[in-house]
Write a protein that binds this ligand. Structure first.
Ligand SMILES: NC(=O)c1ccc[n+]([C@@H]2O[C@H](COP(=O)([O-])OP(=O)(O)OC[C@H]3O[C@@H](n4cnc5c(N)ncnc54)[C@H](OP(=O)(O)O)[C@@H]3O)[C@@H](O)[C@H]2O)c1
Length: 245
């Protein structure tokens, strides 16, 4: 892949949520494009499964709960200097507004919103993010369309997008790019946990999106192919969110 605009050769990239779904697919495609990966998630066994799926050598896995301050610090300490960060860890818990509990709000906000910003802040403080790096945050089209039962999930993602835009301004002087990627419904374990999954895909003009399709968008945002792209959101939703009438 050397010399290719989408090449990730000589890039070291940290991927959160690498034990499953979009994070795992991102790690697999990034390795194919030449990157060295640092994988993280809570489940060490599933991280090792991802590790075994990666092309080339020089990858590593560090298990950590990103909502635990001590584990977050240990992860950052163990992390090499980075050319890229992919924040894919997250949960999709839904609850009608009247039923919202403080526990639900904390669970969703802690991993979807606070964890990626605290991780980024610690990486920056410890000078682990190299000049010209690219940071990619996986949000969700829920942030734009806010479906029923998704008030806190949608809020967690739109709050993250707001931070991404400000952070991109603040890091531009170091040549660091910061973008979000907003997927529609993607065939992963997260979606399979929700009721009536087939009903979701029936709403999508291009039907089923695979995790690998989102991973290709992540590679674009990490690679020199997007070197003038910052403060933006790449929507990959199979046409779901533009209404026909
Ligand atoms: N699938 C979709 O339709 C869809 C649509 C739009 C946006 N998204 C977004 O895409 C991202 C990835 O989702 P997915 O579909 O790939 O879900 P998934 O298959 O359920 O994977 C979620 C990942 O997050 C990690 N994670 C969860 N809580 C964590 C914690 N406290 N600390 C560290 N890691 C944690 C999990 O790892 P462990 O269990 O090992 O900790 C797992 O690797 C999420 O941010 C989600 O909101 C997904």
């Amino acid at each position: 892949m050397s010399g290719h605009t989408f090449s990730l050769e000589n890039h070291t990239i940290l991927v959160t949520g690498a034990s499953s779904g979009i994070g795992r697919a991102a790690a697999i495609v990034c390795a194919k494009m030449g990157a060295s990966l640092v994988l993280t998630g809570r489940n060490k066994e599933r991280l090792d499964e991802t590790l075994a799926m990666l092309e080339n050598s020089g990858h590593s896995a560090i298990a950590a709960d990103l909502t635990n301050a001590e584990e977050l610090e240990k992860l950052v300490d163990a992390c090499p200097n980075l050319n890229g960060l992919v924040c894919a860890a997250g949960i999709a818990e839904l609850a009608p507004f009247k039923m919202l509990s403080q526990n639900h709000i904390d669970r969703v906000m802690n991993i979807n919103f606070l964890a990626p910003i605290q991780l980024t802040q610690l990486l920056l403080k410890n000078r682990k993010i190299l000049p010209s790096a690219s940071l990619v945050y996986v949000t969700a089209v829920a942030e734009h369309v806010c479906p029923l039962g998704s008030s806190i999930y949608s809020a967690s993602k739109s709050a993250l997008t707001a931070v991404v835009k400000t952070l991109a301004l603040e890091l531009a002087r170091n040549g660091i790019r910061v973008n979000s990627l907003s997927p529609g419904y993607v065939k992963t374990e997260m979606l399979e946990k929700l009721p009536s999954v087939e009903q979701y895909f029936s709403l999508v003009p291009l039907k089923e999106i695979e995790a690998g399709d989102i991973a290709n968008g992540i590679v674009y945002l990490l690679s020199p192919a997007s070197r003038w792209v910052t403060r933006s959101t790449l929507v990959i939703d199979g046409g779901l969110t533009i209404p026909l009438r």
